[in-house]
Design a protein around this ligand. Structure first.
Ligand SMILES: *Cc1c(COP(=O)(O)O)cnc(C)c1O
Length: 389
């Protein structure tokens, strides 16, 4: 059946259309003043010293991995309960992901397990081995970093993670691609790692079509990532001089113009998403499905997707099929990364390795969600949910 409610939807006004059109009336379609304005908006919003725009969140994360200086065979602690890009950027550089399990309530990486894993892996031997993948780890591999993800618009336990990273001398990348505008004890998500990354695919809090943004206070890293984004051209290089192996990860001016206007509306967009989340929460209170939890350390949620959990013992696939019959699109969120076929083949991960991640992966169901959703549409989704019982 054709969807009666879209899964997600961008929120675009006349101001965005005018800004994009104004770019098209100039000869400057790349590396112009809108890109500068878009980056400045992120410095202002997050309080970060540097913001580097890129053409996707994945590209931004990849540049952060290069800037962290992690080498082939290095170990990085991360989470399997995420969108696959957060682990893929490690594999691009042959860095080994060491998955630890997540907090049941938030779905974010468990800071206690991160601390334990860092201690055991640093110690080495049998203590280390219980955290590492069964295969694909070179002899003598060293723990070098932590890559945390702020899942579904809620920060991970960032202060605790920062402490562990500092204690063990780990580089720390914060994947905030799902959490633009969220706050951890009053401070912006994305600003707790050495570098943080935001993303602007059309289902995110703001969109540029495709795009991403890195924020950091590290001057050296910022300059290096600016060079890598632009085919490895260092400051002072001419167009055909390339100091480093780089990429074309530049954003274009149309996207930057769209993003600049979207950023000026960020508080409005987050407030509208919060209102939709509240409509859902009211109705879900009367149903057996679990609404999302908000952790005590989250001072502001910036809803990305709205993921409910089907109760233990209920078959998610049957709920999803019954909703699809009624024209309600839903998605299982997330399918754990460690169980994706290429991860199983390379590292030998198995079902049962990360019980909390797998449980959430089996029970999570993302409902239709966007800032432009109406209360009537939420009502339609929740009525269909009630009927599946
Ligand atoms: C959206 C997202 C990304 C980046 O996605 P792009 O499509 O490359 O912009 C990275 N990590 C997470 C957790 C995401 O949700």
């Amino acid at each position: 059946m054709k969807p009666v409610v879209p899964m997600s939807s961008p929120d675009i006004t006349e101001a965005e259309r005018q800004a994009v059109l104004s770019v098209l009336n100039t000869p400057n379609l790349s590396m112009g003043s809108w890109t500068d304005r878009f980056e400045a908006a992120f410095c202002e919003r997050t309080g970060s010293k540097h913001a580097i725009s890129v053409n996707s969140g994945t590209a931004g994360l990849h540049l952060c991995v290069r800037a962290a200086g992690w080498s082939p065979g290095d170990l990085v602690i991360t989470t399997s309960f995420s969108f696959v890009a957060s682990t893929n950027v490690l594999l691009f550089e042959n860095v080994i992901p060491v998955f630890v399990d997540v907090e049941e309530r938030s779905g974010n990486i468990d800071p206690g397990l991160v601390e334990q894993a860092a201690a055991d892996i640093t110690r080495g031997g049998a203590a280390a081995r219980r955290w590492l993948p069964r295969q694909g780890v070179p002899e003598g591999a060293k723990l070098r970093g932590l890559l945390a993800v702020d899942v579904f618009g809620q920060p991970a336990d960032l202060a605790a993670l920062r402490q562990t990273a500092d204690r063990y001398g780990l580089g720390f990348i914060e994947d905030s691609c799902e959490a633009l505008g969220a706050e951890y004890r009053g401070k912006s998500a994305g600003t707790f790692g050495d570098c943080g990354v935001f993303a602007f695919y059309p289902n995110k809090q703001i969109t540029t079509g495709e795009g991403g943004m890195i924020v950091t206070d590290d001057e050296r890293a910022a300059s290096f990532m600016r060079a890598l984004r632009n085919q490895g051209r260092a400051p002072g290089d001419t167009w055909l001089q390339h100091t480093y192996l780089g990429y074309n990860y530049r954003i274009d001016e149309m996207s930057a113009a769209l993003g600049t206007i979207q950023m000026s509306r960020l508080d409005e967009l987050i407030a509208k998403r919060q209102r939709v989340a509240d409509w859902y929460a009211q109705r879900l209170a009367k149903l057996p499905f679990e609404a999302p939890n908000v952790a005590a350390y989250t001072s502001k949620v910036s809803w990305f997707v709205y993921v409910i959990r089907v109760p233990k013992g209920m078959q998610r696939a049957r709920v999803a099929a019954a909703l699809a019959e009624r024209g309600i699109p839903v998605r299982p969120y997330f399918l754990p990364i460690h169980l994706q076929p290429y991860m199983v083949e390379r590292f030998g991960y198995r079902q049962g390795d990360l019980p909390v991640t797998e449980d959430l992966g089996e029970r999570g169901l993302a409902l239709p969600f966007s800032s432009v959703m109406t209360e009537e549409q939420v009502e339609t989704v929740c009525r269909a949910l009630a009927e599946t019982l």
